[in-house]
Ligand binder design. Structure first.
Ligand SMILES: CSC[C@H]1O[C@@H](n2cnc3c(O)ncnc32)[C@H](O)[C@@H]1O
Ligand SMILES: [Zn+2]
Length: 433
């Protein structure tokens, strides 16, 4: 067996216990071969990572993002969702070139590898470029082309739907299986009813899951209630859009019946607290969803509404905002937030990962606890939720491959990626006027 041994750290186990242990990785399969105190002593390691003074945890999973929007970080701020999209973001995206998406995706992946994220779900354009960036960088992803049919003639709208279905078919399983795909209608108000119904039926026949924005703002809820006299998730359910393979982003304005519906269907919700705060969209009832048995993951949304892709930052926001929303300091406790950003997110997007155990994929973040802001460490899980920053990550491993060692990203040329993204972002802003 070709082994990578992560030696001398404390390991976060799936039940949130933290114990001194080595993690032995079978690099041929990409899976964890053994976890235990001094486990590495039984193996002849081909490669080692030092985890002394560190916590070895599952790689974080960013379950909803638009990674290439790193190019639009800081491009437009301080507006609510509707006007932000219509006045600033969509006009800029109309000027995007395919290689902008490649550059912005690479930049976002560098940021995610640096902060311990090993998998993400992405809804955007130019999916082949996103696939290429995922393949080269070594991370995992659930990818899809985002469909918008409103304000398009029927031919253009149908072509957009077809593109989303065809990229989902073409790229599923790419990058040695690290890429999976989904049909991704943008939202229930930006894609017409007939398109949603027909494309969902086609996706079901082909075994393709769905991912879409839902109940993000009150402006998205009222038109559906007005037109159909039902809540948005009931509308989505009637169109066949809620199954256990599907996951919705946001779920801010969901009522109790919609929460019960999500739980009954097994559909996951990806909570995006920073984006919800920045766009003043509202506070998602995360504790209520967890209590009802809904699987909740964590996402950053795009870097233009966040403004970073650091999932540690996001899970801290989730724990904080969850308490504020529930008016209860015991809501969304540390364990729940850490679990949502690892196992919850991985399950939401239907990718393996989120747990360190024998046989599981070796998707791992090694977090250095030797920092002033992490001293003392009374409770490791508390620190992971409330005190650790993405910049505390020392090593990142995905599918058994070391993507970052001692703070150096190995799979992408970080300097080249940052320079190219800066140049492309400037040229994009120029073209967008
Ligand atoms: C059609 S590809 C995805 C589309 O979504 C836009 N977007 C970015 N952030 C949000 C958000 O919070 N809610 C809804 N839509 C969002 C992005 O700019 C792309 O156009
Ligand atoms: Zn989004």
């Amino acid at each position: 067996m070709n082994t990578l041994c992560i030696i001398g750290g404390r390991v976060l186990r799936p039940d949130c216990r933290v114990e001194p242990a080595d993690v032995v990785v079978d690099r041929d399969s990409g899976n964890v071969a053994d976890v235990g105190e001094n486990a590495a002593a039984d193996y002849d390691a081909d490669e080692t990572l030092d985890a002394e003074g560190c916590v070895v945890m599952p790689g974080l999973v960013n379950a909803h993002t638009h990674v290439a929007m790193t190019l639009l970080r800081g491009y437009a701020d301080d507006k609510p969702l509707g006007s932000w999209l219509r006045e600033d973001i969509w006009p800029a995206e109309a000027a995007l070139e395919a290689d902008d998406v490649r550059a912005g995706t690479e930049l976002g992946i560098v940021e995610m590898i640096r902060s311990g994220t090993t998998a993400f779900a992405d809804m955007y354009f130019e999916v082949p470029k996103v696939v290429a960036a995922v393949e080269e960088s070594g991370v995992r992803a659930r990818l899809g082309h985002g469909v918008v049919t409103v304000a398009k003639d029927d031919e253009d709208a149908a072509a957009d739907v077809e593109e989303s279905l065809s990229v989902a078919r073409e790229f599923d399983g790419a990058a040695d299986g690290r890429v999976r795909t989904a049909f991704m209608p943008h939202s229930l108000t930006t894609v017409g009813e007939d398109f949603l119904r027909e494309a969902t039926a086609t996706a079901r026949e082909d075994g393709i899951p769905l991912h879409f924005h839902a109940n993000e703002t009150t402006d998205e809820v009222s038109p559906i209630v007005d037109d159909y006299e039902k809540r948005p998730l009931s509308y989505a359910d009637d169109l066949g859009m809620l199954t256990e393979d599907d996951f919705v982003a946001h779920g801010v304005h969901v009522d109790t019946e919609e929460i019960e519906l999500l739980a009954a269907r097994g559909t996951s919700v990806v909570h995006c607290p920073a984006s919800n705060m920045k766009l003043a969209s509202g506070i998602a009832p995360v504790q209520e969803m967890l209590d009802a048995g809904v699987n909740v993951g964590i996402g950053t949304d795009g870097a233009a509404s966040n403004n970073d892709l650091d999932v540690f930052d996001e899970l801290r926001d989730a724990a904080m905002l969850g308490k504020l929303g529930a008016d209860d300091a015991s809501a969304v406790p540390a364990e729940a937030a850490v679990t949502a950003a690892t196992a919850g997110s991985a399950d939401a997007i239907g990718l393996p990962g989120g747990r360190i155990k024998t046989g599981a994929p070796a998707d791992i973040a090694v977090v250095d606890f030797d920092a002033a802001h992490l001293a003392p460490a009374h409770d490791v899980v508390s620190h992971l939720a409330y005190a650790v920053r993405g910049s505390d990550v020392r090593h990142t491993v995905c599918d058994g491959q070391v993507l970052m060692e001692d703070g150096a990203v190995l799979t992408l040329d970080e300097k080249r990626v940052v320079e190219e993204a800066r140049e492309r972002a400037d040229a994009l802003a120029e073209r967008a006027g």
